[in-house]
Design a protein around this ligand. Structure first.
Ligand code: CA
Length: 363
C-alpha cells in the first residue's frame, strides 16, 4: 500500500468508525459531570485555589469524560453543609476539612488532624501506608461516602489573641473560633470555642462576637487581615499540627464511574495533596515576615506550661473518642500506635535535624 492511500484509508476508517487500522471503541464513552462543593471562599489562597486545581486536573486528565465544576462556600450550599450535600447526592463530591465533621462523628478529625497529633509527613504515613485510609473508608462508608487526602496546610498557628497568653488563666473568658477537637480543649481550659467557616471569622472578630481565632497560618491569615483587629499571633498551635484537607465523594457516584476514571479521581487527589502542602510551605515564610515587619504583628509562643496543659487536655479529648463505638476505638488505637512510633523516631529524624540545624545561626 502506498503511503498516500494508507492515510486516506485510515481517515475513512476513523471517520466512519469502521474496523481497520484505527478501530473505534465498541460503545460510545460515557461522560460524567460532577459538582464539587467546598468549604472555602472562591479562589482563597491554597485551599480554594487547590480545590479548583483538583477539579481542573480531573477534567483535564479524563479529557472531559469526567468534568468537575467547583462551587465555593455558599454558592450551592453553605460551607458546613458540604458533608450532607455530598452524602445526599446533591453534589457528587466536595473539598473540605475532615475536622469540620466532628459533629457527624467524633472520629472524623483523625483523618484531618487532632490535638497533639501527627505532622503532615507523619499523617501521610499513617493514611497511605499505616492503615489510616482503610479505616477512613470504613467510617465514611457508613455514610455512603469516601474521602482521600487532597491537600495539607502543614503545621498551623495557635491563633490570634487580643491579649498575651501568659498563663492558663488567660484562656478564661476567651471566645475563640477553633474547630474540631481543639475546640473542646479550649472549653476545658475555661474558654468558649466557636466553630464557623473561614469567611465568617473576620466579621466576628470585628463585631466582638469572638475575641480570638485560629484559621490556618501566615499565608492564609494575612489574606483575611486578622492583624487589623488582633496583634498577638501565637504559634505553633497545639490543635492542628497539620491539617489534611480531603476530597469527599458520594460513594454511589464514585462507583458508577469506570475503573480508569476512579483511578484518575484518586490520583488527582493524591497529586493535590502534595501540591497544596508545597504551596503553603513556599508562601508561609514570606507571609510571616510581612505580618511582622509591615503590619507590626507580635509573634509569640505559648509558654511551656501552657503548651503542656493543652497537650494533656488534647490527648484526653482524643482518647475519649475511642469510647464512641467499635470503629472509633480501632481508629484511635491505630492512630495512637502510629503516633508512638513516630515520636520514637522523631528525635533522630526531621525533628532532630531541625533542632541541630538551628544550633548554628548565620550572622
Ligand atoms: Ca485551623
Amino acid at each position: 500500500m502506498k503511503r498516500r492511500s494508507f492515510l486516506k484509508g485510515a481517515a475513512v476508517a476513523a471517520a466512519t468508525g469502521s474496523a481497520g487500522a484505527f478501530p473505534a471503541p465498541a460503545i460510545a464513552q460515557q461522560t460524567f459531570h460532577w459538582k464539587m462543593v467546598t468549604t472555602w471562599p472562591k479562589n482563597f489562597p491554597g485551599l480554594g485555589t487547590g480545590a479548583q486545581r483538583l477539579a481542573d486536573s480531573i477534567t483535564e486528565a479524563s479529557e472531559g469524560r469526567l468534568t468537575v465544576k467547583l462551587y465555593a462556600a455558599g454558592e450551592l450550599v453553605p460551607a458546613f453543609e458540604v458533608f450532607d450535600a455530598v452524602r445526599d447526592g446533591h453534589a457528587e463530591c466536595g473539598h473540605d476539612a475532615p475536622v469540620y465533621w466532628v459533629s457527624k462523628n467524633k472520629s472524623t478529625p483523625f483523618f484531618g488532624t487532632v490535638p497533639g497529633g501527627l505532622t503532615a509527613q507523619e499523617h501521610n504515613g499513617w493514611i497511605y501506608s499505616g492503615g489510616g485510609q482503610e479505616l477512613w473508608d470504613e467510617l465514611y462508608g457508613e455514610y455512603g461516602l469516601r474521602a482521600w487526602p487532597a491537600g495539607n496546610t502543614g503545621c498551623q498557628m495557635g491563633g490570634w489573641f487580643q491579649n498575651e497568653i501568659n498563663s492558663l488563666d488567660d484562656f478564661k473568658g476567651l471566645k475563640m473560633r477553633i474547630p474540631g477537637l481543639g475546640g473542646e480543649v479550649v472549653n476545658r481550659l475555661g474558654g468558649t470555642s466557636v466553630n464557623m467557616p473561614g469567611g465568617e471569622i473576620m466579621p466576628a472578630l470585628q463585631s466582638g462576637v469572638i475575641n480570638a481565632a485560629e484559621w490556618v497560618g501566615p499565608w492564609n491569615d494575612l489574606a483575611f487581615g486578622f492583624y487589623k483587629v488582633t496583634k498577638y499571633y501565637y504559634g505553633p498551635g497545639f490543635h492542628e499540627p497539620c491539617a489534611c484537607l480531603s476530597m469527599i465523594v458520594n460513594l454511589e457516584a464514585y462507583e458508577a464511574l469506570p475503573k480508569d476514571l476512579q483511578r484518575i479521581v484518586r490520583d488527582c487527589a493524591a497529586a493535590e495533596n502534595t501540591r497544596m502542602l508545597a504551596d503553603f510551605t513556599a508562601a508561609n515564610g514570606s507571609a510571616l515576615q510581612t505580618l511582622i515587619e509591615k503590619h507590626g504583628v507580635q509573634l509569640r509562643h505559648f509558654p511551656d506550661d501552657v503548651f503542656r496543659e493543652t497537650m494533656r487536655h488534647g490527648l484526653d479529648v482524643v482518647a475519649e473518642t475511642a469510647a464512641e463505638g467499635e470503629i472509633n476505638r480501632r481508629i484511635y488505637e491505630s492512630w495512637a500506635k502510629f503516633r508512638k512510633e513516630a515520636m520514637g523516631i522523631a528525635p533522630t529524624s526531621d525533628y532532630g535535624y531541625m533542632q541541630a540545624r538551628a544550633l548554628y545561626k548565620e550572622s
